[in-house]
Design a protein around this ligand. Sequence first.
Ligand SMILES: C[S@@+](CC[C@H](N)C(=O)[O-])C[C@H]1O[C@@H](n2cnc3c(N)ncnc32)[C@H](O)[C@@H]1O
Length: 337
Amino acid sequence: MTGHGDRTGGDRTGGARGWREAARAALYGPGGFYRRPEGPAGHFRTSVHASPLFANAVSRLLCRVDAALDRPSDLTFVDMAAGRGELAARVLAELPPEVALRTRVCAVEVADRPAGLPERIEWLDEPPPGVRGLLFANEWLDNVPVDVAETDEDGVPRRVLVHADGTEVPGEPVDGEDAAWLERWWPLPPEEGLRAEIGLPRDRAWAGAVASLDRGLAVAVDYAHTAGARPPFGTLTGFREGREVPPVPDGCRDLTAHVALDACLLPGGRLLTQREALRALGATGSRPPLALASSDPAGYVRALASAGEAAELTATGGLGDFTWLLQPVGVPDPLAP
Ligand SMILES: C[S@@+](CC[C@H](N)C(=O)[O-])C[C@H]1O[C@@H](n2cnc3c(N)ncnc32)[C@H](O)[C@@H]1O
């Protein structure tokens, strides 16, 4: 096993469990990481926290979905895996008043409702069923726990088991639907030590979220990989107080793994980079014309700051490399060129 291997015989698995179960307890169980008072923003910055331009772009996307739905009286915005509801609150604030008046805003989260969130934002533990509008899941699927497979010395993929202190031991060979998922989406060559994260629970979680829409658009944004470019040793890691740390299921750190988003796609969906998506929504990192500096100095400074934030959201090697999964339901793709 990577890192802390224990191949010494004896009871090698006593107390160890698969990563999926261990991470579920460590992140979402009583006292789990995502139930802590500081919330995700206490440990890392997502696009939502990086700049208000992100919420502004999402509000514009909601307006496009609204138009595709012929401006319904019950337009709904679902902030799926809402953290502390930051995106929901900002999108609501960015909407044109006429659209805001008609919009039901729902934040879906495992953690409790934070104090101070605008009252009209509903706080739910499941996506509301049968809605028309936009469901937006920023950095959700990477936190849906998955099992890890690692090839043994005979080239057989085995489920990796983990102790509470992060020590890993090999479990049984992967079988059943998990083996079928690996075979289809992330086949492991028979070389010892190669690893894969079994994304089936994410495919199912995503399909469930999409099914909550009657019509509209579902979007998942995450760091992702696709067939042909899977990371040979997987990407499971930890984050704590802004730093990457070893993955240990102790409830004190985030546990995350990049998402095989191509496996989550349903018919009619597509993938694009965050850079492409934000550009299509008008958030570009280009500098304002220099002439503005003399005609409207304050406006120039604002435009410059805004261009800097857009550049961060669209940066190569940074947030711009995130992948957007667009899944239209009963409407044309609102970002189609
Ligand atoms: C990385 S944070 C992202 C928060 C926010 N979307 C953002 O971009 O800043 C992941 C969030 O997903 C939540 N989460 C994970 N699984 C969930 C589920 N099945 N239903 C609702 N929330 C979930 C976690 O509690 C956590 O707040």
